[in-house]
Structures are given as structure tokens and as C-alpha cells.
Design a protein around this ligand. Sequence first.
Ligand code: BEZ
Ligand code: MG
Length: 545
Amino acid sequence: MAERNSNDARDAKVFALYEQLVEIEERLIPTGLHVFGRTSSAGEKIDLLKMIASFDRPEAGVRALPENLVDEAVREFVRAGADAAVRSLEQKGLSAEETLPVFTLLQTISEKLQTNNELDSLVRALRGEFIEPGPGADIIQNPDILPTGRNTYAINPYGVPSAAAFARSEAVANSLLDRYRQENGRYPEAMALVLWGLDNIKTQGEGVAQALWLLGTRPVRDALNRTTNVEAIPLAQLGRPRIDVVMTVSGIFRDLFSPTVQLLDKAVRLVAQLDEPLESNYVRKHVLQQVEQEACNLDDAAVRVFSNAPGNYGTNVNFMVMDSKWEREETLGDLFVTRKCFAYGRDSKGRAIEGREARVAMDRALARVEATYQNIDTFEIGLTDVDHYFEYLGGVSKAVEKRAKSRPAIYLSDTLSRDVKIRTLEETVRLETRAKTLNPKWYEGMLKHGFRGVAEIENHVSNTFGWSATADAVDDWIYSEVANTFLFDETMLERLRELNPHSAHSLAQRLLEANGRGYWDVDESVLEKLRDISRSLEDQLEGVA
Ligand code: BEZ
Ligand code: MG
């Protein structure tokens, strides 16, 4: 019996390891930068078409291809055309009736991928001529964005969240709460969400819909079909407590989605006023507590939508980290609050709150937060590709840590996969590192771009460092492997030196900073080697100058 248990345990471990490897292997990554005016390569085209064929597209009457057949079928399609692909699937028992619509769609997309109007349109724009408009979206979620090189239009904010986005978001909100419950044995009473403008354009409001679900509300359309109201989902139907949600929205979101900001604020205020048991309505619980303990009014206690001051954008946390101009980590969280403590919405008398400074209200709201979260809806840009994820999600998490006197659980979703996946920040950083920064397929793709490619590698390492600074979410091995891959491998170091010694030097410096700030525990001999490399790069740069 004992032996069987230990065998079972071993099998479970092997299986978990296998699942992790498959996850990394299947992760779609950009293998190089987009070159303006150039169409996709054959390999990129296959990867994209596979993803596109992996999702049901009711709007086009298309069912997703079965997971185990997508790869083969799409390769056959690219090699020999739609008819051949349909026939090959027929042999596997899938009817032509079922599969033809997929390949008809792939055919259209494939042709559009070969069209690129970017240079033409740029020149026409410079001449002041008309540019055909096209929707802005993620290519996999909405292939109608093709061909590229059109005048991107956003969406109607009154259409957000779309019915599809709202429906899809229920499972995401539930998975998020399940994940927290698995780890903590209960629901989080309050969460902080980051909402971005472009993401909510691309997904027609998935992030917004997730916030509404957490609160236990649904959007309501008016006689003009505009989403201007919300209603509460009854507790019996919801089957769980309503979560208190603090929303920190980007300046772009605030500008593009003004009606949506009002909607979110309305949802919080509606929930705060429901006559429900406090253990099932954490918004009401917290608002009443605050009114009682601090003698503040209900209006002030129910502020939950925060952004920059009108006309201002960004948190500046990224700039502070990149410039290494900070001493204590809590400064990063404080900066986040300083930039983002402006409240938006409407008070109970219907008066607009348009960017009123509300630092105390934000401090109070963040002090209750137990988990922070951001929706990731694209494979094109991830946690370490840009500095905006750590400035927002990292910034708010660091702000929570000081105010709640405890580090929140930090989650990200991956709503692009077939099944909704919620990962912790640490898991996502590991996955991104393995799938991108340390993946030869990724960095060789970057290095083809020469100077800019090395800068991208260095950016990835610095963005990873941003997750140490704001959330202590980076394992030691990650820095060790970055050093081994890019600096301690002599051939690689020579290549970086040739292509871009500035970025190679910054990379070495960033690793030394990671150690200096206590994020990377490593032998003195390794540091000595790094210092040598850094010095020799400095010498080279001085020689150049
Ligand atoms: C936004 O779409 O809201 C956004 C874009 C880039 C950085 C931060 C926010
Ligand atoms: Mg550590």
C-alpha cells in the first residue's frame, strides 16, 4: 500500500511536470519585432492560423477544430489548400460540412495576412489623404483587424461590456475566486483590479465585465441599447459573497471609457446599498464599517474607481525603477497612490466626481485588499515585454502591502487559452521567462534585429527586475540563468558586444542591482565575474566615445 502511494505520488509529480512543459511549449510567443510594412512569415502565419482555428466563432458560423488535430490540419491547409485540409479531416471522421467554414475563414485571413498597407497608408496619411478605417483588436480575438495599415477605430463605450465579454467573464471571475479559496480557504473580502483602455477595446470590456461579476452585478441596456445601468444578481443566484473591488484605471481608460467609469462606480454604490447580510456583501460590510469608525459619509466611503488627475497619465513607478532612483520599496507603492488617488464617479445626489483627489479614501480602500489582479488578453504583450504591467499591477500590489500590512495574493488571467487559466504572479513570471527571455527561439528572433534586439533583451530583464522591486516575485534562478545565457556564455557576450554594448552593459548593471537590493542571492565569485564584464563593457563604451 505504501509502495502504491509513493508510486502514485511519483506519477502525479511526473504528470505535473509534463503539464508544465507542455504549457511552456505551447505558449505562443512573438519571435521577433514587427517590421513596418512587412507581411508575416510562413511560420508566423501557421502559428496565428492555428490559434484562430482553436476558438469557436459563432459570428462566422465556425466551430473550433479539435485540439489534437489543429496543428496537422492547419499545416495541411497552408501546404495544399482548404480542400486538401477538409479531405484530411474527413479521414479522421469530421464532416466537410463541419470543417469547411473554418477553412473558408482561414483562407480569407490568410489572404489578408499577405496584404500589408502600412507603408502606403503612412505615405497617404502624410499627404493628408483618406485612410480606410478598421477595428482595433487582438488578431486572434477579432481577425477583422486585417489587413493592417488602416485607421484604427476603437469601440462605442456604451457597448461595453459586450454580451459575449460578459458571458465569458463569469468563468474567469469564478476561477479567480476559486484559486484564492484553494490557497486561503475563504473568499477574498476585497480585491484591487487594474483596468486598461486598449485591453478593454480589444476584448470589448472583459476586464470591466470581470469587475461587475466580482461585485455580483450585470449590465443593463437602456432604450437606446446603451449600457448605462447595472442591476444586482440576487445572492441566491450568485451563490457566493459580493467582493469589494477597488479599480485603478489607466488614464487612457478614463478618457476612452467615461460612461464605463460611471457604470463601475454605479455598480459599487448599488451593491453598497443592498439590504443583505454583511457576510455576503463585503462592499456593504466595508462601507458601513468605515462610516461608523471614521464618521465619514456613505458617499466618501463608497469611492472605488481611481485614476490619475484629469489630463495626467501613468504611475511613474516604471521610471523610478528604471532609473534606480529609490531606496525603499514602499516609495514605489506610495508613488502609485500619489499618481492614482483621483476618484471618478457620481455621488448620491448625482453630482459628478471627476478626478477629485481622494488619497485617504484610496488608502482605506487599499488597506482592505487581499488580492490584486489584472486580465491578460493577448499573447503579443506579456508581463516582461513592457514596463506597464509592473508599474500598474506591481505598483498597486506594493501600495496594498504597506496599507494592508500584508502582501496581497497577486493573480493574472490568461483568457486567451481554450480554458480560462488563473496564475499567480510568480507562476506567470516563471512562464514568461521560460517562454521568452531564456528561450533561444525568442532571443534569436530578437537578435536578428541587431541593436534593437539587444535592447529588447535588456528591457525584458529590467522589466523582470521590476517584478522584484514591486512584488518580490522573481526566483533567484531566473537572474542566474539570465547571467549564464547572455553574459557568461562567451560567444553570446561577443555578439551582444558587437551589436549593442550599451544594452549589454545595462544588463550587467541590472543584474548587479538585483543582487545589491537583495533580490538575487548568489556567490561572490559570480558577482566578481559580472563586475569584470561590466567594467570591460564600460571600457569598450569609453573607447567608442
Ligand atoms: C491603456 O491602454 O490603458 C494603457 C496602455 C499602455 C500603458 C498603460 C495603459
Ligand atoms: Mg527572492
